[in-house]
Design a protein around this ligand. Structure first.
Ligand code: PSZ
Length: 280
C-alpha cells in the first residue's frame, strides 16, 4: 500500500483524485518542492519549505497550512511508506474554481498534494560523469519561482534526452543560466563559478549547500554569469540538484570538458557533499 496526502487526508495512492477544474491542472497555477530523503531522514527540509512559502508569496498564493503542519505531513509520508533513500514531492495549487484567468475569491482554498517515492542515488553517473546539450533558454523571466509551469524546462530536457544526453544546459543568448532541472557550475583555475541568484535561475538548495561547503573549506566560489565560450573552455563543468547532487558533466554537445573525465575539484565537492549527507 502506498499512502499519499491530499487536502488534509492520508489516503491510498489509487484513491487520490483531483478535480478537473483545479488551477494546477488547467493553468499550472501552483508551486512545488522535491525534498530528498537519505536513510529515512530528510535533507535540507527547512530550506525547501522556506523556499515553498517564498514561491507562494511571489505569486500571491496562500498555502492553507502552517509550515510545521506541512513538515509533519512529510515526516508522516516517509514513515507510512518506509522510505529509505527517496524523495517527497509536495505541490500547492490555487485550488478548484470555474475556469477564468484571474484569481478566484480568497475563500477558495489551495489544493495540497504530497507523496513519497523511493529514489536511488545516481552513483554510477556521479562517478563516470554525464553529457549535456546546450539549449537556448526560452523560459519566462521569473525562474526564481518554483512554479508548476515547466514547459520551457520540459522542451529543453526532451531535446537533450532524446539525443542521448542527461541534461540540457540553458543559455540566454551568450549567457549560461542553469540546467533544465539543475544549477550549472564551471570551474576555471580552481575557481567555482555559477550564475547569480537572480530572476533568471532557481536558487537551488543544492547550490546553497555547495556554496556553504566552499566557504567552510576555503574553496573559491563566485556568483557571476559566464558565457557559452567559458563553458567550452572550462577545466570542469558540473550540475547540481536535489536528486542529481554534484553531477560531473564531461562532454557538452561534441566538446569534451577537461580530459573528458570528472575533474578533481568536482570530485572534492562530491566527497564533501557526501559528508554532509552522512551528517544528516
Ligand atoms: O528529481 C529531479 O529530477 C529533480 S529534484 C529537483 C530538481 C530535479 N530540479 C531543481 C532545479 C530546477 O528545476 C531548476 C530549473 N534549477 C535548479 C534546480 C536545483 O534546485 P534544488 O537544488 O533545490 O533541487
Amino acid at each position: 500500500m502506498n499512502t499519499v496526502f491530499l487536502n488534509g487526508e492520508f489516503i491510498n495512492r489509487e484513491e487520490a483524485k483531483v478535480a478537473i477544474e483545479d488551477r494546477g491542472y488547467q493553468f499550472g497555477d501552483g508551486i512545488y518542492e522535491v525534498i530528498r530523503v537519505y536513510s529515512g531522514k530528510t535533507f535540507t527540509m527547512k530550506e525547501h519549505m522556506e523556499r515553498l512559502y517564498q514561491s507562494a508569496d511571489k505569486m500571491k498564493l496562500t498555502i492553507p497550512y502552517e509550515l510545521d503542519e506541512l513538515t509533519g505531513v512529510i515526516h508522516e509520508l516517509i514513515k507510512a511508506n518506509s522510505i529509505q533513500d527517496g524523495s517527497v514531492y509536495l505541490q500547492v495549487t490555487r485550488g478548484v474554481a470555474p475556469r477564468q484567468h484571474n484569481f478566484p475569491s480568497s475563500e477558495i482554498k489551495g489544493s495540497v498534494v504530497a507523496y513519497a517515492n523511493e529514489v536511488p542515488r545516481p552513483l554510477q553517473q556521479m562517478q563516470d560523469g554525464v553529457t549535456a546539450k546546450l539549449v537556448e533558454d526560452i523560459r519566462w523571466l521569473r525562474c526564481d519561482i518554483k512554479s508548476l509551469n515547466l514547459l520551457g524546462n520540459l522542451l529543453a530536457k526532451e531535446e537533450a534526452v532524446s539525443e542521448g544526453h542527461y541534461e540540457a544546459i540553458l543559455h540566454r543568448g551568450d549567457t549560461v543560466t542553469e540546467g533544465s532541472a539543475s544549477n550549472a557550475f564551471i570551474i576555471k583555475n580552481d575557481e567555482i563559478v555559477t550564475h547569480p541568484a537572480t530572476n533568471l535561475i532557481l536558487n537551488g538548495i543544492t547550490r546553497r549547500v555547495i556554496q556553504d561547503i566552499c566557504k567552510r573549506n576555503g574553496m573559491s566560489f563566485q556568483e557571476k554569469s559566464f558565457s557559452v565560450d567559458e563553458v567550452l573552455d572550462a577545466d570542469e563543468l558540473f550540475i547540481a540538484s536535489t536528486t542529481s547532487e554534484v553531477m560531473p558533466v564531461v562532454k557538452i554537445d561534441d566538446k569534451e570538458i577537461g580530459n573528458g573525465k570528472p575533474g578533481s575539484v568536482t570530485k572534492k565537492l562530491q566527497e564533501l557533499f557526501e559528508e554532509r549527507i552522512n551528517k544528516g
